[in-house]
Design a protein around this ligand. Structure first.
Ligand SMILES: Cc1cc2nc3c(=O)[nH]c(=O)nc-3n(C[C@H](O)[C@H](O)[C@H](O)COP(=O)(O)O)c2cc1C
Length: 161
């Protein structure tokens, strides 16, 4: 793959993280992870209430400091679970904090088969000036053929000429 590659993701229960790890192995890129300063509740009802409110009010939760700034990279994979049809607020925070103009951004999403109310569009709006590749949508952690799907997706986005 051409250029320096960074893979960042927010993952609440590890599924998006698993996808990120496969992308890392196939690209040889640097794997970074996003953590909110205040961990989300483990109780699902409380989590859902908080997430709905954050999405409605466009709250950007504070993140723990990360070593990986986007500046040094040309290609950035950004991953998140589908939360209530959109991207999880911690990824929105990271995208807001980093200027990705001029870079190639490849979104990848984990979901449980529910509605997508514009996850790719949400990434697009937070990355003005970036070139957004086609998104990868994975059911839960992709189980069986995750490696094959990611390999095909990478070939489509980075054809070898
Ligand atoms: C608060 C919350 C909201 C969710 N909303 C949706 C949704 O709207 N649509 C959907 O397909 N999955 C939804 N999910 C399921 C997750 O996207 C799915 O389980 C994903 O694989 C979790 O990834 P993670 O392990 O990286 O956190 C939701 C999960 C949580 C915790």
């Amino acid at each position: 793959m051409q250029g320096n590659v960074l893979i960042v993701c927010y993952s609440y229960s590890g599924k998006t993280r698993r996808i990120a790890e496969v992308i890392q192995r196939q690209t040889g890129g640097r794997l970074g992870r996003i953590y909110p300063r205040q961990p989300y509740p483990s109780n699902f009802e409380r989590l859902l209430t908080q997430v709905k409110k954050e999405i409605r009010t466009r709250t950007r939760p504070l993140l723990l400091p990360v070593d990986d700034k986007a500046d040094a990279y040309d290609v950035i994979f950004v991953g998140t679970p589908n939360w209530c049809g959109t991207i999880a607020p911690p990824l929105a925070s990271w995208l807001s904090e980093n200027d990705l103009a001029g870079k190639t951004v490849l979104p990848f999403f984990s979901h449980c088969g529910g509605e997508d109310r514009g996850m790719e569009q949400a990434v697009r709006e937070l990355c003005p000036g970036a070139k957004i590749g086609s998104s990868l949508y994975v059911l839960e952690n992709g189980s069986g053929d995750l490696q094959g799907r990611i390999s095909t997706w990478l070939k489509q986005n980075f054809p070898k000429d």
